[in-house]
Write a protein of this length. Structure first.
Length: 86
């Protein structure tokens, strides 16, 4: 199979935030330290894989936020009728 010819470079996903969490992932672009450090040395396929990983990371973050919002939305002060137990 012939390799696909790339007409355009894959742009660096950096958005200029450049702060990392404890695990080393950037808050802005969601790349790991090695993904940021070696971006310019990566092949097109490696860059595509990093972008695919970023999408998955964004989805997991959104899911965590939704779960957190659902938990925070639960009203513990609300009186719930239990009915008679016996």
């Amino acid at each position: 199979m012939n390799p696909q010819f790339e007409l355009f470079d894959i742009d660096n996903p950096c958005i200029g935030v450049c702060q990392s969490n404890k695990k080393g992932y950037c808050f802005g672009c969601l790349r790991s330290r090695p993904e940021r450090q070696f971006w310019h040395e990566m092949t097109t396929e490696q860059r595509r894989e990093v972008l695919r990983l970023i999408v998955g990371r964004k989805q997991r973050i959104e899911q965590m936020r939704q779960r957190k919002n659902e938990q925070l939305g639960f009203d513990f002060e609300e009186d719930v009728e239990v009915g008679e137990l016996f």
